[in-house]
Design a protein around this ligand. Structure first.
Ligand code: ADP
Ligand code: MG
Length: 307
């Protein structure tokens, strides 16, 4: 007796003529697993890559804003999200209202002094592993062999408890950045549409290629994200064309969502909120929502890009 016979015999309204359909239902039920898309604990499908690093060695390009907005935006949609602040300046920690003076931070976690669960704080925006200025000694202090894997080791299996993890990085191609690349599945590169922002892309590519070669073969670049965008200026349009060329060199693309300039973006951190909750109607908040839609969609089985 197989399962279809059992269902037929206990008469729960099951039509035995459908018995040959059972294997198809079985396959359809497992389609998400077969396509690499996994439902989370609440049964929501996880279409995006799990651990994403927001990176660019230039400062002021919107890394922290993007991390906070992506993490906050996905939390608002019911996903469980962890943000990791790997910048000693601690801007992300401040932006979500984390306590960093008397609480353990990512520094103590990477030093092996505190388990990661003891350093994670819950905030209105998302869970955060905060950072503070102590982390600025990382380059000198984290000098043992295998130092590229310190964050990965310290994270252990914590990522399994989250739907998505975002890592904000410092404006440098330092050991901290390499640690982020080593543990991540994908990278987003925010860039402002200014000619100078294209400088330094070759060093970024070199660092990513090196990490791919030695520490993390499956690291992918999700795309270049244009921030502080104003499509009314010719300069922005010219730089956008250049950004497309750069994207091709990096074997990726410029993301369709472009983040427009909004005053509210600078105001939100003072209120310990992402721009999505602080000013949901601001242009930048709408653009970050489009970015989340785009990234969720492109991972879908029939989206623009396979996982
Ligand atoms: P990074 O982390 O790359 O240094 P930030 O996210 O801290 O960059 O952004 C740098 C500055 O630019 C901050 O003052 C931030 O408020 C501002 N900013 C970022 N994105 C926008 C935007 N879309 N509109 C207006 N200001 C922005
Ligand atoms: Mg920053």
């Amino acid at each position: 007796m197989d399962i279809t016979d059992t269902l037929g015999s206990i008469n729960i309204g099951y039509d035995p003529s459908c018995r040959y359909a059972a294997p198809y239902f079985f396959i359809i039920g497992f389609m998400p697993f077969l396509s690499g898309v996994k439902p989370n604990r609440k049964g929501m499908n996880l279409y995006m890559k799990k651990i994403t690093v927001i990176t660019n060695q230039k400062g002021g390009v919107g890394k922290t804003t993007t991390t906070c907005s992506m993490a906050g935006g996905l939390s608002m949609r019911g996903y469980k999200v962890l943000a990791i602040d790997l910048d000693p300046q601690g801007n992300l920690s401040f932006s979500v209202g984390a306590e960093t003076d008397d609480s353990p931070t990512v520094y103590e976690v990477m030093k092996g002094q505190v388990p990661i669960r003891d350093a994670i704080q819950q905030t209105k925006t998302c869970d955060i592993l905060p950072s503070n200025i102590l982390l600025s000694g990382a380059e000198l202090e984290f000098n043992r062999p295998g130092r590229e894997h310190i964050l990965k080791e310290a994270m252990g299996d914590i990522a399994d408890e989250y739907d998505y993890v975002f890592i904000d990085t410092p404006p440098a191609l330092s050991i901290l950045t390499v640690n982020a690349y080593t543990v991540a599945n994908s990278i987003i590169i925010p860039m402002v549409p200014e000619i100078l922002s294209l400088q330094g892309i070759s060093q970024l590519k070199e660092t990513i290629d090196t990490v791919r070669k030695y520490y993390n073969h499956s690291l992918t670049i999700e795309g270049i994200l244009l921030t502080k965008y104003n499509n009314r200026t010719n300069l922005t349009r010219d730089v956008e064309d250049l950004a497309k060329i750069v994207a091709r060199q990096l074997n990726t693309s410029v993301l369709n969502a472009k983040i427009r300039t909004s005053v509210s973006v600078a105001e939100a951190p003072a209120h310990c909120e992402s721009v999505l909750t602080f000013a949901p109607h601001a242009a930048a908040a709408k653009d970050y929502k489009s970015l989340i839609d785009e990234l969720l969609k492109r991972g879908e089985p029939n989206g623009t890009k396979e996982q």
